[in-house]
Design a protein around this ligand. Structure first.
Ligand SMILES: *Cc1c(COP(=O)(O)O)cnc(C)c1O
Length: 462
């Protein structure tokens, strides 16, 4: 393996010399060296030392159909032979844009018949900010500009997306949040529910929206923006009472509801969209990630008839768009991805087959002495690591340290999980087999055992 290790050292040195990574402390990363991923197939990836690792995060929540699908490569190549790039500004379109928009209208909930394309989830959320304000201005209510979002939400890392998101480290750099964004509590029962039951806490968290509307004035509010399940915030699955209470609060009020489906779209929760899993009737839905399974970067905003009826016509020209809005190759990749999801019935598979199968194994990890709660909806889950079970308190000193220890063990054991604070999170490809689910659960169990031993050695638990 000497030559492979040399290759790794070489990649690491050149990476450290020239590459600034996103969301990374570069000094410590360069000292440690990046992990170099060289190949992917199905639910598996390989690093530059030849280790095969189960990709429990689908890349970054996106590779829903698994890695290395030749059908996608072929679809991109076919489109490339026609035309690789043309824009959709100035009264032009092209066949992949037309076909993708039509497919999305068919696959999304009935109120959605239009889509605005962009290049990523962040751009989709930036588009939402401008679109909802333009919507209300067109209706003669230009004062309705405030967007209400939630603490510990993630909506991207552009100025708009990072501002809508409620993450303190992001807000601490670069002058965020931009004006006109208001954050309320998240429905995170395990971490913040105190003595309340999950149902009580779900209502309580939702009522923060009502309080904010009363304080800020409905006449100033454009929209409420939320992920059906918070992803990057730690796979926070709201109590069952939460979304119905949000619906009650918004009923009869002039406030648009935006469901950020960038992670929860395209089968992740066992329906095409997380909104369907939770009974959310959204007016707009940002999409990205699973839209193309990450094969090429594409995002969009699904626009309901209510909003489209104002935008198309009375709204006039929407002075907004990107060079790569509906880029033909990304649209062709997305279209082929949707074809595969439909043909292989991956959404049904998550709801009826691999979802329940993995959930059973995953929830059983909740019996481990280090795990305060195991939760999973569809194929997205979390394990909350705690020192004093059954207490839910996140009482490890130096929050994040134990999560990182566990994450590193998991990688070494051959499974990618991600650490958020002191929890481990998981979102494997929707094509995961039962056999792979068994390997996943056994590796997660070993990771918990290794972590517990290390945490004991460090004196962090008795
Ligand atoms: C990843 C993510 C985004 C941002 O998408 P990018 O493509 O990284 O810009 C937005 N919203 C949610 C819910 C996400 O998970």
């Amino acid at each position: 393996m000497t030559s492979l290790s040399n290759a790794t050292a070489d990649y690491r040195a050149r990476d450290a010399a020239h590459h600034i990574h996103p969301f990374s402390d570069m000094k410590s990363l360069n000292a440690e060296g990046s992990r170099v991923i060289v190949r992917g197939e199905g639910a598996w990836i390989w690093d530059s030392d030849g280790n095969r690792i189960l990709d429990g995060m689908s890349g970054l929540w996106c590779v829903n159909i698994g890695h290395g699908r030749p059908e996608i490569a072929a679809a991109i190549q076919r489109q490339m032979a026609e035309i690789s790039y043309y824009n959709t500004f100035f009264k032009t379109t092209h066949p992949p844009a037309v076909a993708l928009a039509e497919a999305l209208a068919r696959l999304s909930p009935p109120q959605f018949n239009h889509v605005f394309f962009c290049g990523s989830g962040s751009e989709a959320n930036d588009t939402v900010i401008r679109m909802v304000r333009h919507y209300w201005a067109t209706l003669g209510k230009p004062k309705k500009t405030v967007l209400i979002a939630r603490k510990n939400a993630y909506h991207g890392s552009t100025m708009g997306g990072g501002s809508l998101g409620g993450m303190a480290p992001i807000h601490s750099q670069g002058g965020l949040p931009i004006p006109g964004i208001h954050h309320i509590a998240q429905p995170y029962w395990f971490g913040e529910g105190g003595e309340a039951t999950p149902e009580e806490f779900g209502i309580q968290a939702a009522r923060e929206l009502e309080t904010a509307i009363e304080e800020l004035g409905e006449e100033n509010i454009a929209a409420f923006v939320a992920e059906p399940i918070q992803g990057a915030g730690g796979v926070i699955i709201p109590p069952a009472s939460y979304w119905p209470e949000i619906a009650r609060i918004l009923r009869g009020r002039e406030i648009l509801l935006v469901a950020d489906e960038v992670i929860t779209g395209f089968g992740r929760t066992g329906n095409w969209f997380g909104s369907q899993t939770f009974g959310i009737e959204a007016d707009l839905m940002p999409i990205a990630k699973g839209l193309s399974s990450g094969y090429l970067p594409i995002g969009g905003v699904m626009v309901s008839d209510k909003v489209a009826d104002v935008l198309i016509g009375p709204g006039g020209e929407f002075h907004h768009g990107f060079t790569y809005s509906a880029h033909p190759l990304t649209a062709a990749a997305a279209l082929e991805n949707l074809r595969i999801i439909e043909e292989e019935k991956l959404v049904d598979r998550v709801r009826d087959d691999i979802g329940p199968y993995l959930q059973k194994l995953w929830l059983a990890l909740g019996d481990h002495p280090l795990v305060g709660e195991a939760r999973m909806t569809g194929l997205m889950g979390a394990l909350e690591l705690v020192p004093n079970k059954p207490s839910r308190a996140h009482a490890f000193p130096d929050t994040g340290k134990v999560g990182t220890i566990a994450r590193d063990f998991s990688f070494r054991n051959g499974l990618v999980m991600r650490a958020v604070r002191d929890s481990l999170i998981l979102a494997p490809p929707l094509t995961l087999t039962h056999e792979e689910a068994d390997i996943l659960a056994a590796t997660a169990k070993k990771t918990l055992d290794d972590t517990l031993a290390e945490v004991k050695r460090l004196g962090l638990v008795a």
